[in-house]
Design a protein around this ligand. Structure first.
Ligand SMILES: Nc1cc(-c2ccc3ccn(Cc4ccc(CN5CCCCC5)cc4)c3c2)n[nH]1
Length: 239
């Protein structure tokens, strides 16, 4: 997957060099390039913003640098993602959709956002999707890029060493995960559920499924409602 990110703070994306994303870049699963939007300005101050038409607080990002920047990468097969408080809520389903794309382009806004004509013009070239992390306002889009790219990269083939963890996720799709434990068996007076040390994999799987159901019912009943139709009689007996 090829990913282009345009931002006035390219260093903000340095964490993408680390950990599994860094590994995905090393194996070629992810070809990621961050470019400074100011490279597409031509004035001595490298200006990317200006006052909003119609008045109002703050500044708006000028269309010209964005137009020239996006001209260098957008093709009809690109998907332009524009982080925004007004965007489609990012979730695991969207992460799976994005993991199938061949070319993602992120336009990271700052200030009060990007001149709307940039998105309008781009939608004549490729698909454009505004994306939101949630109902709160950040300073800009870079944090959204870090979140989206981490969630998408772990879904790319070969990135997660143990493919089973993805299978686990798909099986438990929609439910919260069961509690996890590791050594030591006794820690500050807290033990580990005996079933997990029984070696009986069928019983362990059932226990984990029950824990996931109960945890979801308790902490995220909205999720349980969404996947209620997928529950079998044994699941319903647990609830
Ligand atoms: N999920 C999420 C994504 C973002 C995000 C993404 C990209 C940019 C680019 C700039 N900002 C900051 C900003 C955006 C908009 C306003 C105006 N708006 C007026 C009405 C009430 C809400 C705010 C103020 C500041 C961004 C914020 N925040 N949260």
């Amino acid at each position: 997957m090829r990913v282009d990110v345009f931002t006035i703070f390219p260093d903000y994306l340095a964490p993408l060099e680390l950990s599994l994303i860094g590994k995905a870049r090393g194996t070629g699963a992810l070809d990621l390039r961050a470019t400074d939007l100011r490279d597409f300005t031509h004035d001595v101050h490298r200006t990317v913003d200006d006052t909003p038409y119609g008045g109002g607080p703050g500044m708006v990002m000028r269309p010209e640098p964005w137009g020239q920047a996006l001209d260098t990468v957008l093709t009809p097969s690109s998907l332009l993602l524009v982080p925004s408080p007004a965007g489609r809520r990012f979730d695991q389903a969207m992460a799976h959709e994005l993991a199938l794309e061949e070319h993602l382009v992120f336009a990271c806004g700052r200030y009060e956002g990007i001149d709307q004509r940039v998105l309008s013009h781009a939608s004549g070239v490729c698909r454009v999707q505004e994306v939101s992390l949630g109902d709160y306002v950040l300073f800009g889009g870079e944090v959204a890029v870090l979140v989206v790219l981490e969630a998408v990269t772990r879904l790319l083939p070969g990135v997660l060493g143990n493919a089973d963890s993805l299978l686990e996720e798909s099986h438990a799709a929609g439910l919260l995960e069961a509690p996890m434990y590791t050594k030591p068996a006794e820690w500050r007076g807290h033990g580990v559920p005996e079933i997990l040390r029984s070696g009986d994999h069928a019983k362990i799987a059932r226990w984990r499924r029950d824990q996931a159901l109960l945890r979801t019912a308790q902490q995220r009943p909205d999720l349980l409602k969404q996947c209620y139709d997928t529950l079998d009689k044994r699941d319903l007996a647990t609830l």
